[in-house]
Design a protein around this ligand. Structure first.
Ligand code: SAH
Length: 258
């Protein structure tokens, strides 16, 4: 059996209980060595064979996994954060489908959640933003034009931008041309949940200089939006005058949550 497992954002104890069990039972682990905390591999048995996919091609990864599967081994493909974001799992699944090899996915804590924790942030503040745009600048992987940073910025929703730490000047320009104020709040979260985590609060206009000053060039997320610093409305869910499916309003005239 092959399981794609989310390793979590960095801290060794932020993998799920299920992911931990799968690692303990694995005969073969292929881990994304560029970002997965190597400390997680201490969970593996002594005789577990461990491969670092950062040094391998898709073909080599598939060879290890298909040969292992044919030999009846338990295989873990360990991806950083949650495998569903920028994990390149679809191409692996398609190859496994061709070989009629079954697989499963064990989710993980994505780094965008780790970054929110580091910031003590709520991405969806009532009256400020109720949406989170997860995106990236185009790099070697292109981004469709209709999904440009500029077009998303026009919504003024919370944005979490992956894989773009090397392009912060361009990112600022795109955000501003899309409608974000130069002084709108922003943050750079470097290695969220790792011991060396850095939380750098700044503005849309000062992203590049902030990263340069702190020597941050990779493994960071950029968070943009007024949720980082603004007035908001209280939630309806915990408002005493609102009745919910679980709680009656404490005063007459309470309405239902809309
Ligand atoms: N699947 C992963 C994302 C992989 S793409 C997830 O769910 O988090 C790799 C990018 O994710 C990095 O370039 C960086 O932008 C971001 N990233 C991954 N781990 C991070 C961390 N601990 N802190 C900040 N950014 C991180």
């Amino acid at each position: 059996m092959i399981t794609f497992v989310g390793a979590g954002p960095g801290a060794e104890d932020l993998i799920t209980v299920r992911g931990q069990r799968l690692l303990k039972n694995a005969d073969i682990v292929v881990y994304a060595g560029s970002l997965v905390n190597p400390g997680l591999l201490d969970l593996c048995r002594e005789d577990c064979r461990i491969y670092n996919s950062a040094k391998m091609t898709l073909e080599e990864v598939m060879e290890v996994m298909t040969a292992g599967e044919r030999a009846g081994k338990n295989i873990v493909r360990l991806h950083t954060g949650d495998p569903c974001l920028y994990g390149a799992i679809r191409e692996q699944m398609d190859e496994l489908d061709k070989e009629c090899i079954p697989y499963d996915v064990c989710p993980g804590v994505s780094s965008f959640c780790g970054a929110a924790a580091a910031l003590n942030a709520e991405y969806t503040l009532p009256g400020v933003s109720q949406s989170v745009v997860i995106t990236r600048m185009a790099g070697r992987t292109p981004v469709p034009e209709r999904e440009s940073i500029r077009s998303f910025a026009a919504h003024q929703a919370t944005m979490v931008i992956f894989l773009s730490t090397g392009m912060l000047q361009e990112l600022s320009a795109e955000l501003i041309s899309g409608g974000y104020r130069k002084d709108a709040p922003a943050a750079i979260v470097y290695k969220a949940t790792w011991p060396e985590e850095k939380v750098l609060r700044c503005t849309v206009g000062t992203l590049a200089e902030t990263a340069e000053r702190e020597n941050v060039t990779k493994t960071a997320l950029i968070v943009v939006g007024d949720i980082l610093d603004s007035e908001y409305e209280r939630s309806k869910l915990y408002d005493p005058s609102f009745t919910t499916g679980f709680r009656k309003a404490s005063s007459d005239g309470g309405g239902d949550v809309r």
